[in-house]
Design a protein around this ligand. Structure first.
Ligand SMILES: [Fe+2]
Length: 285
């Protein structure tokens, strides 16, 4: 093996792999090494900057536990989460698109009947979310599972503030009807900041990048024989749609939030102030 020379640095690293290397791992590491070495050469990275990078990654790992995952947040703000998902999910025309899962999903959320109000704190503007779950030809899918979760009016999910927000607030599971329909009442979603008290926050600050996520509701929709959809629907009048720090917005996922007739100025008891349709078209497996 030749000794180290900067111009051939990546080639030298990759030439160390043995004949029994895992072929897929070798392919991936080969590409990562080539692109990383090229970036270091392009930017003439200094030793001080490299130590800063190592410290950044170390602190990112130290901020990961079962409640906080700073590496997923880093993947999200670098657009990697969206890109990996886009490459893995090539769906047919008309199929509902995926977006990021985010860090606040909880499996086994409370199950509700259609029509339930999931505002356990009764805060926020009452909003009817309704829609249908169909296959790609528009045929209804009954018995589909619809999981939803969103942040409250202060910008926090229940799991972020367990001492002050009731467990299961703005979160739940619904089942689609014979006609594929579902509906529930929630608070109109508001924009919120991603967690900025860690290394990822420092990175965004140094790059003068926005940290506010546009208003959205998370969904996971699944049914036997169909591909599971992990997505959000975004609020069409949110001013932050164009600058999502995790790049999660797709045009097909922007829902029109409208005022139901005669309800918003002096709402009747139980009336909703907003309504939006969030329809799902699932691809066969
Ligand atoms: Fe979210």
């Amino acid at each position: 093996m030749p000794y180290f020379e900067a111009p051939r640095s990546a080639l030298l690293v990759n030439s160390l792999c043995g004949a029994d290397a895992n072929p897929r791992l070798r392919l991936i590491v080969d590409a990562v090494v080539r692109h990383l070495h090229a970036a270091i050469k392009e930017t003439a990275l200094t030793p001080e900057e490299w130590i800063t990078a190592i410290s950044f990654l170390t602190r990112t790992g130290q901020m990961c536990d079962d409640k906080r995952q700073e590496f997923i947040l880093l993947s999200d703000v670098l657009g990697i989460s969206m890109l990996v998902d886009a490459l893995a999910t090539q769906r047919g025309p008309g199929a509902t698109e995926n977006t990021v899962l985010g860090p606040f999903y909880v499996s086994d959320a409370p199950r509700h009947e259609n029509g339930a109000d999931i505002r356990l704190e009764k805060k926020g503007e009452a909003t009817l979310i309704e829609g249908t779950v169909t296959d790609l030809s528009g045929q209804p899918i009954s018995g589909a599972n619809i999981e939803v979760w969103q942040a409250d009016t202060d910008g926090f999910y229940d799991v972020q503030r367990p001492a002050t927000i009731p467990e299961g607030n703005l979160r739940g599971q619904f089942t689609s009807s014979e006609q594929g329909g579902y509906h529930f009442v929630t608070a109109k979603p508001l924009h919120y900041s991603i967690p900025c008290d860690g290394p990822v926050g420092e990175l965004l600050d140094g790059l003068a990048r926005p940290a506010i996520r546009p208003a959205h509701i998370h969904f996971i929709v699944s049914a036997p024989g169909f591909e599971r959809v992990t997505t959000h629907f975004f609020v069409d009048d949110c001013p932050y749609l164009q600058q999502d720090p995790v790049l999660g917005v797709k045009a097909s996922l922007i829902a029109e939030f409208r005022r139901p007739a005669c309800s918003h100025d002096s709402p009747e008891p139980g009336a909703t102030q907003w309504a939006a349709r969030c329809d799902f078209a699932l691809s066969p497996k």
